[in-house]
Each structure stands twice: as structure tokens, then as C-alpha cells.
Design a binder for this molecule. Structure first.
Ligand code: ADP
Ligand code: MG
Length: 328
């Protein structure tokens, strides 16, 4: 069992940032409204993620750390329309295969919570413990038992930056959740979780970036695009601030990026690029997120409606024009 988990771990757990992504996505799936991430040494020696979500029953803990154990998919048809961030049931098993993991958790209706410890896939402890509602997971000594992996890990600064990058994207796509990042004891990110996208973007990217933005809200045929784009005079020297989300999941989409730039055609100087934070709401069954464990690439049943959605959404917002009716 351990060998299989080590192999799976290689796919899911590449570096501290991938651990943080998986664990924070679990907290989101558990309906947390406040999530705090603490890291030390770029996350290599210490990652602690605290949420105020649903918690886990003690009798479900061992199962949660088994590979392919997920509570989020009941049958095949669920795979057609994934609504949760996680669905593979691999993250906790993979993380526990290559680190020392301690978990404290309590369901709201329980008086007593649980403390669960697992190291290198070996369960060490599962017993009652007093703790607040929600879940705290502590991951220590990542890759302590896989020296080959350690060689691919970069300097602490780079790993910490990657963790911060992951959280920035999650924070701007979930303005209803308050996020904190504490790096080596210092508060690095603090979003209000008040549901307002602009406030979240302000907290993440600062005042200068925020003041150059204008809102986008557009829907057509059951698809919607919402978010913020840069006013033409606030365009940027590269594409690094183009952020697309599908159903709140950060994605890379050439189609969406092409549509964005097409909407600015003629409005920008050569060598300048728009910035955006755009969430596309689409029917889950029209998008396949099951492409890669890191789940960053998406495929659409049909790319054309996605192009049109972004193009007209942005164009409208920039020009204040009414786009012609499009069929999706
Ligand atoms: P997946 O997210 O794909 O279901 P994971 O390995 O990430 O798989 O998690 C396994 C299971 O553990 C989840 O399905 C969920 O039931 C439970 N779980 C993990 N983290 C949390 C959390 N923070 N709060 C509540 N339940 C959790
Ligand atoms: Mg998960």
C-alpha cells in the first residue's frame, strides 16, 4: 500500500504549494468561512492550516487518509458535474505518505473532537481530544522519507512565494472566505471574507492594482462571467496578471485569454496587456476538470461559447455597449 501511495504522492504533492492548495481546497469544500495558513521554512518543515468548516467524525478519519477515499463523489454520474474543489480522494493519503501529519478536528454537534496522527502512511494515533469546531492539519518535514524528492525542492524563499501565489488565487476567487497567510510568524495576507471581490483583490494585490480595475458582469444562456478587468490606461507590460477561474477554480485557458485580448483590440499600445480576475460560471458537465491531478488545465465541450462569453463580457464592460444576443 505504501509504495502505491508514494507513487500517487509524486503526482499530487510536488512541493509545499501543492500541499497547501489541496488542504485549503478541502477546507473550502468543508464550507469554512475562515482559513488560516501558517508556514515555516517555505513550508518544508511546517505547514498548519486551520479552518472553521464541518470537521470530520473520528470514525471517518482513517478512511479519509486512504487513497481514493473521498466523501465527495458517490457514483460515476457525479464525475460529470464536479461541484467540489476536490474529488480524487488522493490528497490526504498522498500527503501522509511523504510527511508527518497531525490533525485536530471537531464536528459542530460533537462535544469532543479528535486527534489523529499519521507518518509515512503509518497511523500513529486516533483518539478523543478537545479542540475548536473545524479542522487543523499540521504537516511537518515534507519529503523526510523521500530524499530523491527533496532534490527538486527550491530555496525556502521560492517555496514560500509559490505558497503565497497559490493562496492569492484562491483568495480572490473566494471573497466570501477570510484568508490569512502567516509566513515565519509574519502576517503576509489577510482578506476580509466579506464577499466583496474588490476588497479581496485590494487585500491581495494592493491599492495601485485595484484602482485600475472595472467590473464585469455578463450572462448569457446559463453561462456567466463576473469579475474585474483593467481599464485600458492601466494595462500592463506582461500577461502575469491575467487570472481566469472556472466555477472558482483557477485555470489556464488559451480561449479565455485570446477572447480577453480581442476585447481590448485597438485600445492598447503594442506590448501592453490587460489584467483580469474573471470567474466563469458554467454548467459543471460542460467542463472536464479531470485532466490532471493539479487540475489547472480545463477542457470545454465547446470552446466557442467560452470565447464569446469572455469577449462580450469584457467588451461590454469597457465600452458600456450592449453586446448582440449570442447563442451558447
Ligand atoms: P477529496 O478532497 O478528493 O475528497 P482528500 O484526500 O483531499 O480527498 O480528502 C479526503 C476526505 O477527507 C474528504 O473527502 C473529506 O471528507 C475529508 N476532509 C479532508 N479535509 C477536510 C476538512 N478540512 N474538513 C472536513 N473534511 C475534510
Ligand atoms: Mg481534497
Amino acid at each position: 500500500r505504501h509504495v502505491a501511495e508514494l507513487i500517487a504522492a509524486g503526482e499530487v504533492v510536488e512541493r509545499p504549494a501543492s500541499v497547501v492548495k489541496e488542504v485549503v481546497e478541502n477546507a473550502i469544500d468543508a464550507c469554512a468561512t475562515a482559513i488560516t495558513v501558517e508556514i515555516k521554512n517555505g513550508g518544508m518543515t511546517f505547514i498548519r492550516v486551520t479552518d472553521n468548516g464541518s470537521g470530520i467524525y473520528r470514525e471517518d478519519l482513517s478512511e479519509a487518509f486512504q487513497s481514493h477515499a473521498t466523501s465527495k463523489i458517490q457514483d460515476e454520474s457525479d464525475l460529470d458535474g464536479i461541484l467540489t474543489m476536490g474529488f480524487r480522494g488522493e490528497a490526504l493519503a498522498s500527503i501522509a505518505a511523504v510527511a508527518r501529519v497531525e490533525l485536530l478536528t471537531r464536528r459542530a454537534e460533537e462535544l469532543e473532537g479528535s486527534r489523529y496522527v499519521i507518518e509515512g502512511s503509518e497511523e500513529r494515533e486516533n483518539q478523543p481530544a478537545g479542540c475548536p469546531k473545524g479542522t487543523t492539519i499540521i504537516i511537518r518535514d515534507l519529503f523526510y522519507n523521500t530524499p530523491a524528492r527533496l532534490k527538486f525542492v527550491k530555496k525556502d524563499v521560492s517555496e514560500a512565494n509559490a505558497v503565497a501565489g497559490v493562496l492569492d488565487k484562491i483568495a480572490v476567487s473566494h471573497p466570501n472566505i477570510a484568508f490569512q497567510l502567516i509566513k515565519d510568524g509574519e502576517l503576509k495576507l489577510n482578506t476580509p471574507g466579506n464577499g466583496d471581490l474588490l476588497s479581496a483583490v485590494y487585500a491581495v494585490y494592493g491599492r495601485e492594482f485595484t484602482k485600475g480595475l472595472t467590473e464585469v458582469h455578463y450572462q448569457n444562456g446559463g453561462f456567466a462571467v463576473d469579475g474585474l478587468v483593467s481599464k485600458p490606461e492601466f494595462s500592463r507590460p506582461n500577461r502575469s496578471m491575467q487570472n481566469f477561474f472556472i466555477n472558482k477554480r483557477f485555470v489556464k485557458s488559451r480561449t479565455a485569454a485570446a477572447a480577453l485580448e480581442e476585447a481590448y483590440k485597438g485600445a492598447l499600445m503594442v506590448g501592453r496587456f490587460p489584467a483580469c480576475i474573471l470567474n466563469l460560471t458554467v454548467e459543471p458537465h460542460t467542463v472536464d476538470v479531470n485532466v490532471h491531478p493539479a487540475k489547472i488545465e480545463v477542457r470545454f465541450q465547446n470552446e466557442k461559447p467560452i470565447f464569446d462569453l469572455v469577449y462580450f463580457g469584457v467588451k461590454n464592460s469597457l465600452a458600456g455597449l450592449n453586446a448582440p444576443e449570442i447563442r451558447l
